[in-house]
Design a protein around this ligand. Structure first.
Ligand SMILES: Cc1cc2nc3c(=O)[nH]c(=O)nc-3n(C[C@H](O)[C@H](O)[C@H](O)COP(=O)(O)OP(=O)(O)OC[C@H]3O[C@@H](n4cnc5c(N)ncnc54)[C@H](O)[C@@H]3O)c2cc1C
Length: 216
């Protein structure tokens, strides 16, 4: 979505990639993009909401998957690492301990999550360096591992909104601002909670408010 514009009988949207931009008209709009995009889209129609959303910071993360040809005994299903421990890896999942369809392959599969709030520069290295740092942390946590048969790095830039003290006031400002605009709603992880369950619930609430609004 590139533009959200109020018109006499509803909304005019511009959507699509460069070179294939389309115009869409609608009775109502739910803006469900990450906060920086929502802030840009709402700048004209709900400036207070745009201002509030523009202040939401995001953490970037990367997932590093490691496949070992041999079966290695690992304890439990994984672990979480608090920031105070000062490690690069913030969580690890032992996929081959968790899922029978992975275990059935006879291989050991681990997935580590890296990238904490405010540390996006730590991710700005080559994939091989990320893998090496992950393997070093894993070796400390579970003991030395064999040389991986394969690895994969999946990066998620600006993926996780960070809730700081006062976030509820930010969300309240967004809600107040869009409540004053007929046929407009905002939802997504920046507003109603991070995680699929919270996001789905937030979307359902947004649509309910919208339908009530349009029914008036
Ligand atoms: C690596 C990782 C693992 C996770 N694992 C879990 C898990 O196991 N369980 C769980 O509950 N949660 C998990 N989460 C969190 C969960 O994925 C998010 O909280 C949730 O996806 C947020 O949903 P959302 O709709 O707000 O945002 P998103 O899922 O980010 O969706 C926003 C969408 O907006 C699109 N977009 C961006 N800009 C525009 C634009 N201008 N116009 C149109 N579209 C646009 C994006 O392409 C994207 O599709 C994980 C997150 C990450 C990063």
């Amino acid at each position: 979505m590139r533009l959200v514009e109020r018109v006499a009988d509803g909304w005019r949207l511009l959507v699509g990639p460069v070179g294939a931009v389309e115009e869409v008209t609608a009775d109502a709009v739910v803006v469900a993009t990450p906060a920086p995009a929502s802030a840009r889209l709402l700048a004209e129609v709900a400036p207070d909401a745009a201002f509030a959303l523009a202040g939401v910071d995001y953490a970037s993360v990367a997932l590093v998957t490691i496949v070992l040809d041999e079966r290695v005994e690992l304890p439990g299903s994984g672990f979480l690492v608090p920031p105070v421990d000062g490690r690069f890896v913030k969580a690890a999942t032992f996929s081959s301990n968790k899922w029978s369809w992975v275990a059935d392959s006879g291989r050991t599969v681990l997935r580590a999550s890296v990238g904490r709030a405010g540390e996006s520069t730590a991710l700005q290295v080559q994939d091989d360096d990320l893998v090496a740092r992950v393997l070093a942390d894993l070796a400390e946590a579970v003991g030395p591992l064999p040389t991986p048969a394969d690895t994969h790095v999946q990066r998620w830039g600006g993926a996780l909104p960070q809730y700081v003290v006062g976030h509820l006031d930010t969300v309240a400002m967004v809600r107040r601002s869009v409540a004053g605009v007929r046929g407009l709603e905002v939802c997504g992880a920046a507003c109603g909670g991070v995680g699929i369950a919270a996001v789905v619930a937030g979307a359902q609430e947004a649509v309910s408010r919208l339908l009530a609004d349009l029914g008036d």
